[in-house]
Design a protein around this ligand. Structure first.
Ligand SMILES: [Zn+2]
Length: 601
């Protein structure tokens, strides 16, 4: 099956691939707006550069050469790779307080071997290795990362267990069946996970985690993540996944594990495991491009220049994931937004490094909010790909139908164009500082007098008395990116009132395949800069029985405010083939049309 257009949630994931079973949500909920950088298959190059070369110095990585080791466990230091000498300037909870936070969650790591495999051949002493990787508080270890990105409010808590080293949160289980040598396997459909849970019962008192005593172990009560000793080539799906339903009644107990997460045995750096736990524990979703400044996007794979993966001392892959962006911190409950309704000058935005002072501004725009936060090249956020030597800036996110980082110059640049493409975004268009995108407007708001970057930035928010109105419409659909093989990009083209727009089917990804999956959107452009899909209110009518326009599903993305709908272009093999067809589109009193050419058979 060609899955280019139907697995948009994977596009934010890099070489290892990743996904969350719960990401699917409404079918292709992010299909409308997700980023243009989608590779045709996230798993395509999986494991490239991740040789399972046993024998690499195993434990050299995480604990010994941690750059920020001195900050480990230190309250006030932000647990951080301390940048300036101002570590104690900001108030941080202690690690103990973080562990006691209401969001902190018990986690059990299960190292899963087959009857004929041994994870210890990849990574000597895998139990302490994984325990430190996930629960450790040094640079490059899981709880150090969470301490920093949660402002000291969230920790992974070692599950009580008696397997191997007791209570380190990691157990080892050996299955009765050998590792498969060919084919691919949907992990949750095999005997592996149920058998592993039944065996784990010998060293884990699962019922003790069922705090609600409803017989179900929810993720919030105990999150179980399996480390599979199974080559990626044998897996049907992504190399890592969270929120996978299993609903297994653990033999000899009266409790059922609802869901599990899994990673591969050679994902021995925090990026992918913490990304999956972000899905699994905090319910976080992938976001639209550019996503390389967030754990729930490409930022999961960022590299620390010093730290390496545990099993490969030459690989830095995913050792310094970027923190969460502000909307994910809101979704996780780490911060409450500061709602602004009137002109306010001299507002202060505190960056994550300021601990408890960190804040996010929330400004009303059409059917949603514009959120503003300050981020600096500090701690894990040193992995934010700032441009031109910048060290920080204000990041706006436009949250209406999608939680979209805002292309600041694009607010005024794109609407007047008859057509435009969005190939690779330029990341420095997505933040502001003095002298760089230092003034812009969206909705009734003008952001101006943005200061130089730093732990505290200031800005003015000036509100105009305007009633936003739609001035025009554009069609939006995927086309082949001619400059990057295997990639697609968004194409936007004007939809004129009572006019007709030619659209060449041959430019669609897999546009020569009559059985392919194709979508199109109609978007409204407001005179105040907002762009919103009107698919929910639109009517699409084809003049040929060979071409049908299906309104697939209506949905509201998690954390979003306005509904959207997938509009699918489908070709009907039972009807007579035509090479060209006209589609009429209306929304309210607005009428337009497009003509598809080069329709395949
Ligand atoms: Zn994911």
């Amino acid at each position: 099956m060609r899955t280019w257009a139907v697995v948009p949630t994977l596009v934010a994931c890099g070489i290892w691939g990743c996904s969350s079973a719960s990401d699917g949500g409404p079918a292709g909920s992010s299909a409308g707006q997700n980023n243009g950088g989608g590779s045709s298959s996230a798993g395509q190059s999986s494991n490239a550069g991740q040789p399972s070369n046993a024998g690499q110095s195993a434990s050299a990585g995480q604990s010994s050469n941690a750059g920020g080791g001195n900050a480990a466990g230190a309250a006030g230091a932000g647990g951080a790779a301390n940048t300036a000498g101002s570590a104690n300037q900001w108030e941080w909870p202690t690690y103990e307080q973080a562990a006691q936070g209401p969001k902190s969650t018990r986690v059990l790591i299960v190292l899963l071997d087959f009857s004929d495999t041994d994870i210890g051949k990849l990574l000597p002493q895998p139990e302490p290795g994984w325990s430190e990787l996930v629960f450790g508080t040094k640079q490059g270890q899981g709880n150090h990362f969470w301490y920093q990105t949660s402002g000291g409010q969230f920790q992974l808590l070692r599950a009580a267990e008696t397997g191997g080293l007791a209570n380190d949160g990691v157990i080892s289980v050996k299955l009765s069946t050998p590792q498969p040598v060919d084919g691919t396997f949907v992990v949750q459909d095999q005997t592996w996970i149920p058998e592993a849970l039944d065996k784990a019962k010998a060293v884990v008192d699962f019922a003790s985690f069922d705090k609600s005593a409803d017989g179900i172990i929810q993720n919030s009560e105990l999150s179980v993540m399996f480390v599979l000793n199974l080559p990626y080539a044998r897996i049907n799906g992504a190399g890592a996944e969270a929120n996978i339903p299993i609903n297994h009644l653990i033999a000899g107990t009266n409790v059922t594990l609802e869901k599990f997460a899994r990673v591969e045995d050679d994902y021995t750096s925090i990026g992918t495991p913490m990304h999956e736990l972000g899905h699994h524990i905090l319910g976080l979703k992938h976001g639209p491009a550019p996503s390389d400044h967030d754990l729930m996007g490409l930022g999961a794979y960022a590299e620390d220049p010093v730290l390496t993966t545990l099993h490969d001392s030459t690989s830095h892959y995913a050792t310094r994931p970027t923190g969460l962006h502000g909307l994910n911190k809101l979704a996780a409950g780490f911060v409450q937004p500061t709602h602004i309704t009137e002109t306010t000058r001299g507002l202060k935005l505190y960056a994550p490094e300021t601990g408890k002072a960190y804040n996010v501004l929330e400004l009303p725009v059409v059917d949603g909010f514009l959120y503003l936060e300050n981020r600096t090249a500090w701690g894990y956020d040193q992995s934010i790909p700032f441009c031109d030597g910048h060290q920080g800036g204000i990041f706006p996110i436009d949250a209406s139908q999608y939680l979209s980082p805002l292309d600041i110059p694009g607010i005024s640049k794109y609407p007047p164009l008859a057509s435009f493409d969005l190939p690779d975004e330029v990341f420095c268009d997505f933040y502001a500082l003095s002298g760089h995108n230092g003034s812009f407007s969206l909705g009734p708001w003008t952001i101006e007098n943005v200061s130089a970057p730093g732990p505290v930035m200031t800005l003015d928010l000036v509100k105009k008395d305007v009633a936003p109105k739609i001035t025009h419409y554009k069609f939006r659909y995927w086309i082949i990116n001619p400059n990057k093989e295997g990639y697609r990009m968004w194409h936007q083209v004007e939809a004129t009132a009572n006019g007709n727009t030619p659209i060449d089917f041959a430019t669609f990804p897999f546009g020569d395949d009559a059985t392919g999956y194709f979508t199109i959107s109609l978007e409204s452009y407001y005179d105040t800069g907002e762009v919103r899909s009107v698919n929910v209110d639109s009517v699409w009518t084809s003049d040929s029985p060979y071409v049908s326009l299906n309104t697939v599903s209506e949905f509201t993305n998690p954390g979003a405010f306005r509904k959207d709908r997938i509009i699918q272009i489908a070709l009907n093999p039972a009807a007579t083939h035509v090479t060209s067809a006209k589609v009429n589109v209306s929304v309210g009193s607005f009428q337009t049309s497009f003509t598809l050419n080069n329709i395949p058979q």
